[in-house]
Design a protein around this ligand. Structure first.
Ligand SMILES: Nc1ncnc2c1ncn2[C@@H]1O[C@H](COP(=O)(O)OP(=O)(O)OP(=O)(O)O)[C@@H](O)[C@H]1O
Ligand SMILES: [Mg+2]
Length: 240
């Protein structure tokens, strides 16, 4: 009798993730058997002291850093089992990254920056029209319809982060990873950016993981995890 095909798990499944870095004396352990699941549309905030491994964890989840052991599945795909080309495509299509520093290209306009991730997949003029329409939609959604042709140097810090959010969402990724996205902003701009990120994550039904040192921002998330001594401890208490 045939065994029924198993549906791959959707969302993010992290199992026994460990990370060590070699040093001249002995390896240092940054992550110790971190495991958690986040279904599509869920959000999680991660806090922890400086140097506790929060960025390292995000980079591994986004396929930018290789774990020492353990696995990551995004909609059933383990990025660390992909060939280099497929891994690059996976990062581009499945993960939207937002960093503390916006990482926008200085010579490109806001619209061009948002369109950059689509360049690898645009084959026809229809593809281009669809991508441009979505970029316009997202830039409108983050309140920048009147800043399309501005370069990053012609935008405020909060506006630059809003372009970075639109760029992270342009490929409609199942997972959004944000590493201290409001860390460089004043309180008002930080609240605006956080509101947008949470609203858009819900609208797009993406899984969001955000790292912050801000207790105020963390309190807006339904789930919080604390990273300490390599262990991730998730609490379900909701502030919403
Ligand atoms: N490539 C590397 N080689 C060796 N050690 C590293 C490397 N990258 C990071 N580390 C170490 O791993 C630890 C965790 O770094 P990480 O950047 O993940 O911390 P973090 O929790 O994001 O801190 P912060 O809140 O300051 O951003 C640090 O002690 C750092 O020195
Ligand atoms: Mg960090």
């Amino acid at each position: 009798m045939d065994t029924p095909a198993q549906t791959p798990p959707s969302g993010l499944v992290v199992t026994d993730l460990s990370k060590e870095y070699p040093t001249p004396s002995a390896p240092i352990t940054i992550l110790r058997e971190v495991s958690f699941n986040l279904p599509p549309g869920d959000s999680l905030v991660i806090m922890g002291p400086s140097g506790s491994g929060k960025s390292t964890l995000l980079y591994i989840l986004g396929g930018l850093e290789i774990p020492t052991s353990g696995s990551v599945l995004i909609n059933g795909v383990d990025p660390f089992h992909l060939h280099a080309d497929d891994l690059a495509a996976f990062r581009n299509q499945c993960v939207g990254f937002i960093f503390q520093d916006h990482h926008l290209l200085p010579q490109c306009s806001a619209l061009e920056n948002v369109l950059i991730p689509t360049m690898a997949i645009r084959r026809t003029s229809d593809d281009t029209s669809t991508a441009v329409a979505r970029a316009h939609h997202l830039l409108g959604r983050v309140g920048l319809s009147n800043r399309l042709t501005h370069r990053p140097s012609e935008l405020s810090g909060g506006e630059r982060q809003r372009v970075a959010i639109a760029r992270a969402l342009i490929m409609d990724p199942p997972v959004i990873l944000a590493d201290e996205p409001t860390g460089n902003l004043d309180q008002h701009a930080a609240t605006d950016v956080a509101d947008l990120l949470l609203d858009l994550q819900r609208e797009e039904k993406a899984t969001l993981i955000l790292v912050t040192h801000s207790a105020g921002l963390a309190s807006r998330f339904p789930q919080r995890a604390d990273l300490f001594d390599g262990k991730l401890c998730i609490s379900k208490e909701s502030a919403q």
